[in-house]
Design a protein around this ligand. Structure first.
Ligand SMILES: *Cc1c(COP(=O)(O)O)cnc(C)c1O
Length: 365
Protein backbone atom coordinates (compact mmCIF):
# COMPACT_ATOMS: atom_id res chain seq x y z
CA UNK A 1 0.00 0.00 0.00
CA UNK A 2 1.37 3.36 -0.98
CA UNK A 3 0.29 6.70 0.49
CA UNK A 4 0.99 9.83 -1.49
CA UNK A 5 1.17 12.90 0.75
CA UNK A 6 -0.07 16.06 -1.04
CA UNK A 7 2.78 18.35 -2.03
CA UNK A 8 1.47 21.31 0.00
CA UNK A 9 1.65 19.33 3.25
CA UNK A 10 5.28 18.24 2.82
CA UNK A 11 8.15 19.92 4.68
CA UNK A 12 10.60 21.83 2.50
CA UNK A 13 13.34 19.51 3.77
CA UNK A 14 12.54 15.95 4.85
CA UNK A 15 15.67 15.17 6.85
CA UNK A 16 14.82 14.57 10.52
CA UNK A 17 17.57 12.14 11.49
CA UNK A 18 19.02 12.04 14.99
CA UNK A 19 22.54 11.66 13.63
CA UNK A 20 23.85 12.13 11.09
CA UNK A 21 21.41 14.94 10.51
CA UNK A 22 20.38 17.59 8.02
CA UNK A 23 23.22 19.61 6.51
CA UNK A 24 22.13 23.11 5.44
CA UNK A 25 22.36 23.54 1.64
CA UNK A 26 24.11 26.88 2.26
CA UNK A 27 26.88 25.02 4.10
CA UNK A 28 27.35 22.76 1.08
CA UNK A 29 27.58 25.86 -1.14
CA UNK A 30 30.23 27.22 1.20
CA UNK A 31 32.08 23.91 1.01
CA UNK A 32 32.25 24.01 -2.77
CA UNK A 33 33.33 27.66 -2.66
CA UNK A 34 36.27 26.62 -0.49
CA UNK A 35 37.14 23.73 -2.80
CA UNK A 36 40.67 25.08 -3.20
CA UNK A 37 41.40 24.03 0.36
CA UNK A 38 40.46 20.40 -0.21
CA UNK A 39 43.47 18.20 -0.82
CA UNK A 40 45.92 20.59 0.82
CA UNK A 41 48.11 19.96 3.86
CA UNK A 42 46.67 20.15 7.35
CA UNK A 43 50.12 21.20 8.56
CA UNK A 44 50.05 24.43 6.52
CA UNK A 45 48.57 27.80 7.41
CA UNK A 46 45.32 27.69 5.38
CA UNK A 47 43.98 24.55 7.09
CA UNK A 48 45.40 25.53 10.47
CA UNK A 49 43.58 28.87 10.11
CA UNK A 50 40.37 26.94 9.45
CA UNK A 51 40.92 24.88 12.61
CA UNK A 52 41.62 28.06 14.57
CA UNK A 53 38.38 29.68 13.38
CA UNK A 54 36.46 26.54 14.42
CA UNK A 55 38.12 26.53 17.85
CA UNK A 56 37.51 30.24 18.41
CA UNK A 57 33.94 30.04 17.18
CA UNK A 58 33.09 27.18 19.53
CA UNK A 59 34.76 28.96 22.45
CA UNK A 60 32.64 32.04 21.70
CA UNK A 61 29.43 30.07 21.25
CA UNK A 62 29.78 28.51 24.71
CA UNK A 63 31.58 31.44 26.40
CA UNK A 64 34.08 28.91 27.75
CA UNK A 65 35.87 29.92 30.95
CA UNK A 66 39.41 31.31 31.05
CA UNK A 67 41.92 28.47 30.91
CA UNK A 68 39.66 26.02 29.09
CA UNK A 69 40.84 24.82 25.68
CA UNK A 70 39.11 23.56 22.55
CA UNK A 71 40.64 20.17 21.72
CA UNK A 72 39.90 18.00 18.70
CA UNK A 73 40.90 14.77 17.02
CA UNK A 74 39.72 12.00 14.76
CA UNK A 75 37.35 9.19 15.58
CA UNK A 76 34.13 10.82 16.75
CA UNK A 77 32.60 10.59 20.21
CA UNK A 78 33.00 6.82 20.28
CA UNK A 79 36.75 7.20 20.10
CA UNK A 80 36.61 9.73 22.91
CA UNK A 81 35.23 7.07 25.29
CA UNK A 82 38.28 4.87 24.70
CA UNK A 83 40.51 7.91 24.99
CA UNK A 84 38.99 8.74 28.37
CA UNK A 85 39.46 5.13 29.50
CA UNK A 86 43.10 5.21 28.40
CA UNK A 87 44.08 8.74 29.25
CA UNK A 88 41.66 10.46 31.69
CA UNK A 89 40.30 7.90 34.18
CA UNK A 90 43.00 7.28 36.76
CA UNK A 91 41.67 4.39 38.83
CA UNK A 92 37.88 4.24 38.80
CA UNK A 93 34.96 6.06 37.22
CA UNK A 94 31.25 6.52 37.97
CA UNK A 95 28.69 6.53 35.16
CA UNK A 96 25.11 7.64 34.79
CA UNK A 97 23.58 5.11 32.38
CA UNK A 98 20.17 5.89 30.88
CA UNK A 99 20.36 4.71 27.31
CA UNK A 100 22.64 3.11 24.78
CA UNK A 101 25.30 5.81 24.46
CA UNK A 102 25.87 6.22 28.19
CA UNK A 103 25.94 2.41 28.45
CA UNK A 104 28.66 2.12 25.82
CA UNK A 105 31.00 4.40 27.77
CA UNK A 106 30.36 2.51 31.02
CA UNK A 107 31.07 -0.79 29.21
CA UNK A 108 34.33 0.58 27.82
CA UNK A 109 35.46 1.46 31.36
CA UNK A 110 34.32 -1.92 32.68
CA UNK A 111 36.40 -3.81 30.11
CA UNK A 112 39.63 -1.89 30.77
CA UNK A 113 42.10 -4.17 32.55
CA UNK A 114 43.92 -1.24 34.20
CA UNK A 115 40.80 0.22 35.88
CA UNK A 116 38.69 -0.90 38.82
CA UNK A 117 35.08 -1.78 38.02
CA UNK A 118 33.11 1.42 37.51
CA UNK A 119 30.25 2.54 39.74
CA UNK A 120 27.16 2.48 37.53
CA UNK A 121 23.95 4.35 38.37
CA UNK A 122 21.29 3.19 35.97
CA UNK A 123 17.79 4.35 35.06
CA UNK A 124 15.33 2.74 32.66
CA UNK A 125 15.11 4.17 29.13
CA UNK A 126 13.10 7.40 29.16
CA UNK A 127 14.36 8.42 32.60
CA UNK A 128 17.64 10.00 33.70
CA UNK A 129 20.57 8.79 35.85
CA UNK A 130 23.34 11.05 37.13
CA UNK A 131 26.03 9.48 39.33
CA UNK A 132 26.20 10.58 42.98
CA UNK A 133 29.40 11.27 44.94
CA UNK A 134 31.50 8.07 45.12
CA UNK A 135 35.04 6.83 45.68
CA UNK A 136 36.06 7.57 42.10
CA UNK A 137 38.25 10.07 40.22
CA UNK A 138 35.98 10.61 37.20
CA UNK A 139 32.21 11.07 36.67
CA UNK A 140 30.55 10.56 33.31
CA UNK A 141 27.09 10.94 31.86
CA UNK A 142 25.38 12.48 28.85
CA UNK A 143 23.60 15.82 28.74
CA UNK A 144 21.33 14.34 26.08
CA UNK A 145 20.76 10.58 25.64
CA UNK A 146 20.07 10.58 21.93
CA UNK A 147 18.82 6.98 22.05
CA UNK A 148 15.85 7.85 24.29
CA UNK A 149 15.29 11.62 24.04
CA UNK A 150 16.01 12.26 27.73
CA UNK A 151 18.22 15.10 29.00
CA UNK A 152 20.14 15.30 32.27
CA UNK A 153 21.32 18.26 34.31
CA UNK A 154 24.99 19.28 34.12
CA UNK A 155 26.64 20.22 37.41
CA UNK A 156 29.57 19.22 39.63
CA UNK A 157 29.39 16.00 41.70
CA UNK A 158 32.06 15.16 44.30
CA UNK A 159 35.72 15.79 43.45
CA UNK A 160 36.82 14.30 40.25
CA UNK A 161 36.75 15.06 36.58
CA UNK A 162 33.30 15.58 35.07
CA UNK A 163 33.09 14.21 31.51
CA UNK A 164 29.88 15.17 29.71
CA UNK A 165 28.82 13.51 26.49
CA UNK A 166 27.31 16.43 24.59
CA UNK A 167 27.32 14.78 21.17
CA UNK A 168 23.70 15.67 20.50
CA UNK A 169 23.25 18.57 22.93
CA UNK A 170 26.21 20.73 21.91
CA UNK A 171 24.98 23.41 19.56
CA UNK A 172 21.38 22.85 20.64
CA UNK A 173 21.42 23.38 24.40
CA UNK A 174 23.41 25.67 26.65
CA UNK A 175 25.64 24.22 29.38
CA UNK A 176 27.71 25.57 32.28
CA UNK A 177 31.09 24.59 30.85
CA UNK A 178 32.84 25.60 34.10
CA UNK A 179 30.94 22.78 35.85
CA UNK A 180 32.53 20.24 33.51
CA UNK A 181 36.10 19.14 32.83
CA UNK A 182 35.53 17.72 29.39
CA UNK A 183 32.41 18.62 27.43
CA UNK A 184 32.79 16.55 24.26
CA UNK A 185 30.82 16.17 21.07
CA UNK A 186 30.96 15.37 17.35
CA UNK A 187 29.88 17.58 14.43
CA UNK A 188 27.20 15.45 12.69
CA UNK A 189 24.24 16.52 14.85
CA UNK A 190 23.48 20.16 15.73
CA UNK A 191 26.65 21.22 13.96
CA UNK A 192 25.18 19.96 10.73
CA UNK A 193 28.48 18.66 9.41
CA UNK A 194 29.82 15.21 8.61
CA UNK A 195 30.99 12.66 11.17
CA UNK A 196 34.48 11.53 12.06
CA UNK A 197 35.78 14.21 14.42
CA UNK A 198 35.53 14.60 18.17
CA UNK A 199 35.72 18.04 19.75
CA UNK A 200 35.95 18.96 23.42
CA UNK A 201 36.14 21.83 25.86
CA UNK A 202 38.82 20.80 28.34
CA UNK A 203 39.54 22.26 31.77
CA UNK A 204 43.07 22.71 33.12
CA UNK A 205 42.35 19.82 35.53
CA UNK A 206 41.56 17.49 32.64
CA UNK A 207 44.76 18.42 30.81
CA UNK A 208 46.76 17.93 34.00
CA UNK A 209 45.18 14.51 34.59
CA UNK A 210 46.11 13.35 31.08
CA UNK A 211 49.68 14.54 31.54
CA UNK A 212 49.97 12.74 34.89
CA UNK A 213 48.67 9.48 33.44
CA UNK A 214 51.10 9.72 30.55
CA UNK A 215 53.97 10.39 32.96
CA UNK A 216 52.95 7.38 35.06
CA UNK A 217 54.14 5.11 32.25
CA UNK A 218 50.72 3.55 31.55
CA UNK A 219 50.68 1.96 28.07
CA UNK A 220 48.97 4.57 25.93
CA UNK A 221 48.36 4.32 22.15
CA UNK A 222 49.04 7.71 20.55
CA UNK A 223 45.53 8.03 19.09
CA UNK A 224 44.10 7.62 22.63
CA UNK A 225 46.49 10.05 24.32
CA UNK A 226 44.48 13.11 25.34
CA UNK A 227 47.61 15.10 26.21
CA UNK A 228 48.88 14.59 22.66
CA UNK A 229 45.52 15.77 21.28
CA UNK A 230 45.87 18.90 23.45
CA UNK A 231 49.40 19.48 22.17
CA UNK A 232 48.24 19.24 18.56
CA UNK A 233 45.14 21.35 19.15
CA UNK A 234 47.28 24.15 20.61
CA UNK A 235 48.95 24.21 17.17
CA UNK A 236 45.51 24.16 15.46
CA UNK A 237 46.22 20.66 14.22
CA UNK A 238 45.15 17.08 14.79
CA UNK A 239 47.37 14.07 15.46
CA UNK A 240 46.57 12.62 12.03
CA UNK A 241 44.81 13.86 8.90
CA UNK A 242 41.31 15.26 9.52
CA UNK A 243 38.45 15.36 7.00
CA UNK A 244 38.67 18.92 5.67
CA UNK A 245 35.09 18.87 4.37
CA UNK A 246 33.88 18.12 7.89
CA UNK A 247 35.82 21.11 9.22
CA UNK A 248 34.53 23.44 6.49
CA UNK A 249 30.89 22.47 7.05
CA UNK A 250 31.43 22.89 10.79
CA UNK A 251 32.99 26.31 10.31
CA UNK A 252 30.02 27.46 8.28
CA UNK A 253 27.52 26.15 10.83
CA UNK A 254 29.24 27.82 13.79
CA UNK A 255 29.18 31.14 11.90
CA UNK A 256 25.49 30.64 11.14
CA UNK A 257 24.78 29.94 14.82
CA UNK A 258 26.64 33.04 15.98
CA UNK A 259 24.80 35.17 13.39
CA UNK A 260 21.51 33.75 14.61
CA UNK A 261 22.28 35.15 18.08
CA UNK A 262 24.46 32.49 19.68
CA UNK A 263 23.60 29.47 21.77
CA UNK A 264 20.47 30.98 23.37
CA UNK A 265 18.90 31.69 19.99
CA UNK A 266 19.81 28.27 18.63
CA UNK A 267 18.52 26.52 21.75
CA UNK A 268 15.22 28.42 21.47
CA UNK A 269 14.87 27.30 17.85
CA UNK A 270 15.42 23.63 18.76
CA UNK A 271 13.01 23.87 21.71
CA UNK A 272 10.37 25.45 19.45
CA UNK A 273 10.68 22.48 17.09
CA UNK A 274 10.44 19.77 19.74
CA UNK A 275 7.55 21.45 21.54
CA UNK A 276 5.54 21.37 18.29
CA UNK A 277 5.93 17.58 18.36
CA UNK A 278 5.22 17.16 22.07
CA UNK A 279 2.07 19.31 21.79
CA UNK A 280 0.98 17.36 18.73
CA UNK A 281 1.42 14.05 20.59
CA UNK A 282 -0.43 15.29 23.66
CA UNK A 283 -3.43 16.27 21.53
CA UNK A 284 -3.66 12.88 19.79
CA UNK A 285 -5.16 9.91 21.60
CA UNK A 286 -2.87 7.53 19.68
CA UNK A 287 0.42 9.28 20.56
CA UNK A 288 2.30 10.39 23.67
CA UNK A 289 5.76 11.74 24.51
CA UNK A 290 7.95 8.79 25.58
CA UNK A 291 9.76 10.79 28.27
CA UNK A 292 7.08 11.39 30.90
CA UNK A 293 8.95 13.88 33.08
CA UNK A 294 8.74 17.26 31.35
CA UNK A 295 12.04 18.38 32.85
CA UNK A 296 13.81 15.40 31.29
CA UNK A 297 12.15 15.75 27.88
CA UNK A 298 14.78 16.60 25.28
CA UNK A 299 14.52 19.98 23.55
CA UNK A 300 16.47 18.53 20.60
CA UNK A 301 15.42 14.93 19.97
CA UNK A 302 11.72 14.19 20.42
CA UNK A 303 10.67 10.59 21.04
CA UNK A 304 6.95 9.91 20.53
CA UNK A 305 5.32 6.57 21.38
CA UNK A 306 2.47 5.37 19.20
CA UNK A 307 -0.45 3.19 20.27
CA UNK A 308 -0.11 -0.52 19.53
CA UNK A 309 -2.81 -0.39 16.86
CA UNK A 310 -0.60 1.91 14.74
CA UNK A 311 2.54 0.24 13.49
CA UNK A 312 5.33 2.83 13.72
CA UNK A 313 7.41 0.97 11.15
CA UNK A 314 4.59 1.38 8.60
CA UNK A 315 4.32 5.09 9.38
CA UNK A 316 8.08 5.45 9.00
CA UNK A 317 8.06 3.55 5.68
CA UNK A 318 5.19 5.66 4.31
CA UNK A 319 6.99 8.87 5.29
CA UNK A 320 10.17 7.64 3.63
CA UNK A 321 8.31 7.03 0.36
CA UNK A 322 7.39 10.71 0.51
CA UNK A 323 10.93 11.91 1.17
CA UNK A 324 10.63 12.29 4.96
CA UNK A 325 13.49 10.22 6.34
CA UNK A 326 15.18 8.86 9.45
CA UNK A 327 12.45 9.25 12.07
CA UNK A 328 13.15 5.69 13.24
CA UNK A 329 13.52 4.96 16.96
CA UNK A 330 16.94 3.91 18.25
CA UNK A 331 17.29 0.31 17.09
CA UNK A 332 18.16 -1.25 20.45
CA UNK A 333 15.20 0.44 22.17
CA UNK A 334 12.73 -1.74 20.22
CA UNK A 335 9.72 0.51 20.83
CA UNK A 336 6.71 1.40 18.69
CA UNK A 337 8.06 4.89 18.43
CA UNK A 338 9.04 7.85 16.28
CA UNK A 339 12.25 9.69 17.05
CA UNK A 340 12.66 13.08 15.43
CA UNK A 341 15.94 14.98 15.39
CA UNK A 342 15.09 18.68 15.85
CA UNK A 343 18.62 19.94 15.56
CA UNK A 344 19.60 23.54 14.91
CA UNK A 345 19.38 23.29 11.12
CA UNK A 346 15.85 21.92 11.12
CA UNK A 347 13.27 24.61 10.43
CA UNK A 348 10.44 24.65 13.02
CA UNK A 349 8.00 25.20 10.10
CA UNK A 350 9.16 21.87 8.68
CA UNK A 351 8.42 20.20 12.02
CA UNK A 352 4.93 21.69 11.88
CA UNK A 353 4.59 20.25 8.36
CA UNK A 354 5.83 16.89 9.62
CA UNK A 355 2.97 16.72 12.14
CA UNK A 356 0.46 17.37 9.32
CA UNK A 357 2.07 14.59 7.30
CA UNK A 358 1.87 12.25 10.30
CA UNK A 359 -1.85 12.93 10.65
CA UNK A 360 -2.32 12.38 6.93
CA UNK A 361 -0.45 9.05 6.90
CA UNK A 362 -1.91 7.68 10.14
CA UNK A 363 -5.49 8.40 9.00
CA UNK A 364 -4.87 6.36 5.85
CA UNK A 365 -2.99 3.34 7.18
C1 LIG B 1 25.70 10.16 18.25
C2 LIG B 1 26.15 10.00 19.63
C3 LIG B 1 27.36 9.34 19.94
C4 LIG B 1 28.22 8.68 18.89
O1 LIG B 1 28.89 9.60 18.12
P1 LIG B 1 29.95 9.12 17.01
O2 LIG B 1 30.60 10.38 16.55
O3 LIG B 1 29.18 8.40 15.95
O4 LIG B 1 30.90 8.20 17.68
C5 LIG B 1 27.74 9.29 21.26
N1 LIG B 1 26.99 9.84 22.24
C6 LIG B 1 25.83 10.46 21.98
C7 LIG B 1 25.05 11.05 23.11
C8 LIG B 1 25.39 10.56 20.67
O5 LIG B 1 24.23 11.19 20.41
Amino acid sequence: MSILIPQDLLPSDGRFGSGPAKVRPEALDYLSMRGDLMGTSHRQAPVRDLVRVVQQGLAELYRIPEGYEVVLGNGGSTLFWDMAVASLIERRSAHGVFGEFTRKFAKAAERAPHLESPVVTEAPAGQVAVPGPADVDTYAWAQSETSTGAVAPVSRVGDGLILIDATSSAGGMDAPIGDTDVYYFAPQKNFSSDGGLWLAFASPAAVERAEQIKASGRWLPEILDFSLAVKNSRQNQTLNTPALATLLLLEDQIGWMLDLGGIDAVAARCAASTSILYRWAEKRDFASPFVTSEAARSPIVATIDLDEHIDASQVIAALRENGIVDVDPYRALKRNQLRVGCYASVDPDDVEALTACLDYVIERL
